[in-house]
Design a protein around this ligand. Structure first.
Ligand SMILES: Nc1ncnc2c1ncn2[C@@H]1O[C@H](COP(=O)(O)OP(=O)(O)O)[C@@H](O)[C@H]1O
Ligand SMILES: [Mg+2]
Length: 357
């Protein structure tokens, strides 16, 4: 026993596998989502008998395992059979029908995509995929800018299951009725994890990611509590990683509560979940945006003005503040006539991924 036993050497690390804390990382097990996975599997099952599968809308707030559950099922499916082709697309990243079609071409290994229209490419996709059965998983479907890809898949791919994933409850009701009636979609809702489940998940992930016994129990308890409060596992992953980084920067061999405290304090600089800390009027604007997410700022301003009579300048300052605190996103678009419009969206939890780099 020496005085230096608790000091981490330069060559040492508290992490054994830091990658397993990435948001995209798919753990070996996905506890507490077994029922949901079985439901997804039951929609795919008819494809094994070359019949058409069922379509499913997977709904639930961010960071509660929707993507992980779907990718888990697709990974198993891939290992199980070559007859069913799984296609996973994140529509946040590929937000137009053309980009999605290009992505499908990539996944089926079709390379001659240059100078071809969406329709031409889709014909190629049909040739390949109609020889098999297909599972399409379109994640963050509410981010898609045009729905024609849904129409193409519904009409021209014969045997398939379509899984649509979103955290926007209203998305389906705003969908073109022609697509909606063809989809005949079932609903699967994900609920936030309980405290015990949150604890179990974070324990499992920390076991993958860290050297054995580096966590002081009260440090990880604190993170569990915070993650449960914010109902977002991504927050948990961020806090695990950040606490480890803080401990390493202090050359500590243990991750202590004080390190987790620092990690949590970083969290609050980019996300005020607790809207109590907002001014009354900012809260009012936030609630109007929540009700009208995706609408132009002028609509939101009119609703705010009706209630308060305040100027556009005041409004503009307040929405910038909400944006800065990652409670909303402001997207500027140019209309066909060249005019500028700002679209306001409620929530930005995705921005947590900004911290990956
Ligand atoms: N049951 C679980 N077991 C292990 N990790 C999980 C579980 N649920 C979620 N996660 C992890 O939490 C993070 C967020 O989950 P994700 O599936 O991306 O959420 P969503 O798609 O609902 O926003 C991911 O890193 C994921 O691996
Ligand atoms: Mg997701």
């Amino acid at each position: 026993m020496s005085l230096f036993d608790n000091i981490l050497q330069d060559s040492e690390s508290l992490f054994s596998d830091e990658i397993s804390l990435d948001y995209e990382y798919l753990p070996k097990l996905l506890p507490y989502r077994e029922n949901q996975q079985h439901h997804i599997v039951s929609c795919i099952k008819p494809l094994f008998e070359k019949r058409n599968g069922k379509n499913l809308l997977i709904l639930g707030q961010p960071g509660i395992g929707k993507t992980a559950a779907v990718r888990f099922v697709l990974r198993d499916l891939e290992q199980e059979t070559d007859e069913i082709f799984p296609i996973y697309i994140n529509c946040w990243k590929k937000n137009t029908s053309h980009k999605i079609v290009l992505e499908i071409c990539d996944q089926i290994g079709y390379k001659f995509t240059q100078n071809k229209t969406t329709e031409e490419l889709f014909k190629k996709i049909m040739e390949v995929l109609n020889k098999k059965t297909v599972v399409f998983a379109l994640d963050e479907i509410d981010k898609i800018e045009d729905n024609s890809i849904l129409y193409l898949i519904l009409e021209d791919i014969y045997r398939k299951t379509i899984l649509l994933i979103t955290n926007e409850r209203k998305w389906l009701s705003n969908l073109d009725p022609r697509i909606n009636s063809r989809l005949m979609i079932e609903l699967l809702e994900f609920k936030p994890y309980t405290l015990d489940e949150t604890k179990g998940i974070l324990k499992q992930r920390s076991d993958y990611a860290f050297v054995k016994d580096v966590w002081e129990p009260n440090a990880i308890d604190l993170i569990t509590k915070k993650t449960f409060e914010l109902e977002d596992l991504r927050v948990g992953m961020f806090l695990l990683k950040e606490s480890g980084n803080v401990a390493e920067s202090k050359a500590s061999r243990k991750i202590l509560k004080e390190h987790s405290d620092v990690a949590i304090s970083k969290l609050s600089t980019y996300k005020i979940k607790d809207s109590k800390s907002l001014e009354k009027e900012e809260n009012l604007i936030l609630s109007i945006i929540k009700e009208n997410s995706g609408k132009p700022s002028t609509d939101i301003y009119n609703a705010y003005k009706e209630k308060t009579g305040k100027s556009y300048r005041t409004f503009s300052r307040k929405i910038k503040y909400l944006e800065k605190n990652k409670l909303i996103t402001i997207k500027n678009i140019t209309s066909d006539l060249g005019g500028q419009t700002s679209i306001l969206n409620y929530g930005t939890i995705k921005k947590l991924t900004d911290f990956e780099t």
